[in-house]
Write a protein that binds this ligand. Sequence first.
Ligand SMILES: NC(=O)c1ccc[n+]([C@@H]2O[C@H](COP(=O)([O-])OP(=O)(O)OC[C@H]3O[C@@H](n4cnc5c(N)ncnc54)[C@H](O)[C@@H]3O)[C@@H](O)[C@H]2O)c1
Length: 310
Amino acid sequence: MSKMLISGGNGFLGSYLCEKALDNDFEVTVVDNLSTSKERQVPKEATFVKKPIEKFNTNTRFDFVIHLAARPSPEDYIKNPLSTIDSNDIGTRNMLEIARKSGATFMYTSTSEVYGDPKILPIPETYFGYVNPNGIRSCYDESKRFSEALIKAYERQYGLDVRIQRPFNVYGPRIREDGFYGRVIPRFIDQALRNKSITVHGDGKQTRSFLYVSDWVDATWKFLMNNRAKGKVLNIGNYREISILELAELIINKTSSRSKIVHLQSREEDPKRRAADITQVRKILKWEPKISLDRGLEYTINWLKEKKNL
Ligand SMILES: NC(=O)c1ccc[n+]([C@@H]2O[C@H](COP(=O)([O-])OP(=O)(O)OC[C@H]3O[C@@H](n4cnc5c(N)ncnc54)[C@H](O)[C@@H]3O)[C@@H](O)[C@H]2O)c1
């Protein structure tokens, strides 16, 4: 039986990856300190270790080591800059060492944030980014960039099989929706279902491209299992670019809400546009996003309605 170690496996994306690995008869171990995920989401068939990834030691040899542990929500990481950095320097180094000793395939979930406020769109993997190295967001985006450098150093020095993905705004059921952890889609849906004001930062003309979670799982699995993907850095996202204002209107419409849009102060260093160039992932993995934003929003609305009894 193949063994997979997943850091951050209790989180939104990690919990789906655990299920996928278990469905494929993998033995799964999750290490998660529950810093950004609240309730346990790791399936009971997986081994769960509650620990910061920086402090995890093991003698087990794994076939796959997947490093997802991070604090990805801006409101949260801005309040916790040092532990945000730790998961991407000490944490990444620790996971790389486990992979090296095991001779495992190593995968890292970097982020589209490594591109900062991009000057070319849609953004190809070859774009080096436009990032403030010491700005308010640097604890997240610069430490993700550092992780990528560390991972490539392990590949160059030890010949480790490494794969780096850069997800662009993934959403769907299980995404954390409460308080300041809430990302834009679950926050707008929650506000719309309660007929409360939809809070848009700035003028709402900033754009993002959103990917439904089942498409992310599909791409990630293909990326892990395809040997042509060894050493690659791939954007995992959707080509559809939508403004935050359009997104708010779409959600109001889909929930038949009486909510009105209100504008809050712009977020500091909020990227103005974000759209994924997915030429590479399409070519190498023969992968294509299948779930449209309309359908994905409907699934997410139904999930939140049920979860919150709205
Ligand atoms: N969801 C997205 O749209 C998106 C986009 C780009 C990149 N990513 C990356 O994908 C990964 C997973 O994101 P997610 O959306 O599932 O977030 P999430 O917050 O739901 O999951 C992250 C998990 O990591 C755990 N964690 C955080 N720091 C840890 C540490 N030091 N030690 C052990 N566990 C720790 C948290 O408790 C949580 O369970 C992250 O690396 C994130 O940066 C996600």
